[in-house]
Design a protein around this ligand. Sequence first.
Ligand SMILES: Cc1cc2nc3c(=O)[nH]c(=O)nc-3n(C[C@H](O)[C@H](O)[C@H](O)COP(=O)(O)OP(=O)(O)OC[C@H]3O[C@@H](n4cnc5c(N)ncnc54)[C@H](O)[C@@H]3O)c2cc1C
Length: 417
Amino acid sequence: MLEKDTDLVVIGAGPAGLAAALAAAEAGVGEVILIDRLEEPGGILQQCIHNGFGLRYFGEELTGPEYAWRFIEPLAQYPQIQLKTGTMVIELTADRRVVAINPRDGLVVYRAKAVILAMGCRERPRGAINIPGSRPAGIFTAGTVQRLMNIEGLLPGKTAVILGSGDIGLIMARRLTLEGVKVRAVLELLPYSSGLQRNIVQCLDDYQIPLYLSHTVTRIRGEQRVSAVEVAPVDDRLQPLSDQRFAIDCDTLVLSVGLVPENELSVNAGVQLDPATGGPLVDSNYQTNLPGIFACGNVVHVHDLVDDVTEESRMAGGAAALYIRGQLAKVTMIRVSGGRNVRSVVPQQIAPDRPTTLYVRARFPERNRILRVADNDRTKLPVVAPGETIRYTLTPKELQEYREDLSISIEGGASHA
Ligand SMILES: Cc1cc2nc3c(=O)[nH]c(=O)nc-3n(C[C@H](O)[C@H](O)[C@H](O)COP(=O)(O)OP(=O)(O)OC[C@H]3O[C@@H](n4cnc5c(N)ncnc54)[C@H](O)[C@@H]3O)c2cc1C
């Protein structure tokens, strides 16, 4: 087994890992090992062939692969970045030993001065939501369907029902329709969609695909292949009203029921997680509780826009470069916590000496609200939606007032929950 000293290891070469590696190299890091288990860099973007990426960061509307290419192409200008694809990281320790494996090199242990976690997230499968019924073929997660169609060129079936109306479910409804699959319905357990409003219009309304809010799948029917799903409305406590159930014939059930940050490496290394996001707790530098271990992208919190992934990952890369040089300032961080109608806030600890962009997620939808930081109303929120991240940049001047905990809440106005 080969052991090697290096400056920085970045785990994951999706948009987060690519941006972090480039920012670290631009900041002068001597050697960056950028690792991905897939054969191509770009992460989930390579299968997202729809447009809608990069509006904020590039001021252009790009497809996923085009957005990824904006970060893959410049790798050639930085020979200090060694891209290792087809390589799986199987272990990380608190003292920054990264164990990686591939068929060419076998097992390699990198002893790194800093590590950036950029492993993205994974989809919740059927087992996570315990849908009763038989176990026929034809049940897929949305990401698997997307990969089958956009990369492998395969159709999953002919008639589909989609469970979950987050962005991935909505985008797959349109994609399946464009390829000739009849999408009978998109079902959503909650009384609202957690997807972006633009996706509800462009992916469902434009194709007359019905959205059933407050409905769920109560049983899967079929022997060899799915033949129908039983569906029922749910009450206020999200319990199915069985007496009102009905069946929808279909040969395919697509599950888009949530993403969970890829945590195994982080947890085994002793990285502390935030129960609200499921990802590592990070500070303004995107450093975790373990010195020299940084995290960015969907491994930290599930993003709706890749532009935010890029911004925070560049920050993580720059901070890792400072850490490696021993120049990352040690400041007492202010702890941030979520108050009324706030499900999560990232970063969870902020430095008082520089601007920090907060990414806030609401618990439920409302209109005409205000983002409150401690006791001060900061910005108007005409529409609050759990699927749309609220960004707010706190300045050092604003932070002068606070030295201890800082509570962020959504207040005021009439509730439309
Ligand atoms: C269907 C869908 C539609 C979307 N639509 C939009 C949109 O229209 N606009 C928009 O802005 N954003 C969109 N997004 C969101 C955007 O794509 C994500 O926010 C972004 O890709 C997250 O980047 P990431 O690098 O954190 O994760 P990923 O892209 O998931 O990359 C993580 C990488 O880490 C690798 N990895 C994980 N574990 C290991 C390991 N142990 N060893 C080695 N490698 C590992 C994985 O192979 C992967 O390549 C969409 C996402 C999806 C899924």
